[in-house]
Design a protein around this ligand. Structure first.
Ligand code: SAM
Length: 211
């Protein structure tokens, strides 16, 4: 199998076949917010942010992710073929544990992505500019953790109806009210490592870094 096929097939298998590319989600975010640099810790090979955003930095310690990104020309060609902008894509891949600070990324991004990969809101907060956005789901309790973090403010929720993403700015105070518990702590969520039940939920949340 050629290397080019490897890149295409790997991306196809994990993201196209699973209807989980999220290209339209990234498009929606670009149309709504000023975003220049995106950082995606725990990205695996989810390179669709680069179809919409010119500058994206990916961080993942998985060896298959490293092998994928090492095929630079094929990755670049895949992005070139799908991109929605004129400029040459700028992608960086860091094959490291995201808990280790990458100094050149500190205070550099306008959008930090956290999907199914642990406590990124905390470990990678320093990469996000004040005023920048965190897009996060609650699979690994990271959204719940951000909700307890005074450095973040919930500004919107993201929903998907009939395969279309939609951003909602309403009823935000109704989210992150835990079912059956009156008090949730960061320590509790760290120990649990997965999302707890809330009375009202969304597939994805948008927080702004406020301090
Ligand atoms: C379930 S996958 C999710 C991939 C991608 N975010 C998505 O939504 O398809 C989790 C990824 O996070 C990476 N990951 C988890 N903990 C990590 C860490 N501490 N440092 C770097 N990568 C990590 C794993 O290697 C894996 O590729």
């Amino acid at each position: 199998m050629s290397q080019a096929k490897d890149v295409l097939q790997t991306y196809q298998k994990y993201y196209v076949d699973r209807d989980y590319e999220q290209v339209d989600l990234f498009q929606l975010l670009k149309s709504e917010f000023a975003i220049s640099h995106v950082i995606y810790p725990g990205s695996f090979v989810h390179i669709s942010p680069s179809f919409i955003f010119q500058k994206v930095s990916y961080i993942d310690s998985d060896k298959n992710a490293k092998l994928f990104f090492q095929q630079e020309q094929q990755v670049q060609a895949l992005i070139e073929g799908r991109k929605h902008y004129q400029e040459t894509p700028s992608i960086s891949f860091y094959s490291v544990d995201y808990n280790r600070t990458i100094s050149e990324l500190v205070d550099s991004c306008d959008l930090l992505l956290s999907q199914y990969a642990g406590f990124i809101s905390e470990s990678c907060k320093a990469y996000l500019k004040i005023g920048g956005l965190l897009l996060v789901n609650n699979s690994h309790a990271d959204a719940g953790l951000a909700a307890l973090d005074k450095d973040y403010k919930l500004i919107a929720t993201v929903h998907r109806n009939k395969a279309r993403y939609r951003i909602s700015y309403s009823d935000l105070e109704a989210y992150f009210v835990a079912k059956g518990r009156t008090h949730l702590s960061k320590d509790y969520l760290h120990t649990l490592g997965r999302g707890v039940g809330y009375t009202k939920t969304a597939p994805l949340y948008l927080f702004r870094r406020v301090s």
